[in-house]
Structures are given as structure tokens and as C-alpha cells.
Design a protein around this ligand. Structure first.
Ligand SMILES: [Zn+2]
Length: 49
């Protein structure tokens, strides 16, 4: 079964991306550097529920 996660900017808190993950591949909290259009720069994004 797949689960949708939102990736939120750790700077402004905006949920800019979603990601589908399987329950079996669940690991630690994801932290990915991605572009935030609100901050207008690459920031660290973290998964939210
Ligand atoms: Zn941001």
C-alpha cells in the first residue's frame, strides 16, 4: 500500500512537494534539499503527515 507524504519547507513551512512511499520502504524522516518558490531558494524539505 502506498502512502502520500507532503514535503514541507523547513524555513517557511510551505508544503511544496508530495511523495508516494510504500509502507515497507519506510525509513527515517526524509530530509531533501529542494527549491522553495516562497523562499526563492533551495531549502531543506522535511516530510509531514
Ligand atoms: Zn520555504
Amino acid at each position: 500500500m502506498k502512502k502520500k507524504l507532503a514535503l514541507a519547507c523547513t524555513v517557511c513551512g510551505s508544503r511544496n512537494y508530495t511523495k508516494e512511499v510504500g509502507d515497507k520502504t519506510r525509513t527515517e524522516r526524509l530530509e531533501i534539499k529542494k527549491y522553495c518558490r516562497y523562499c526563492k531558494q533551495h531549502t531543506l524539505h522535511r516530510e509531514t503527515k
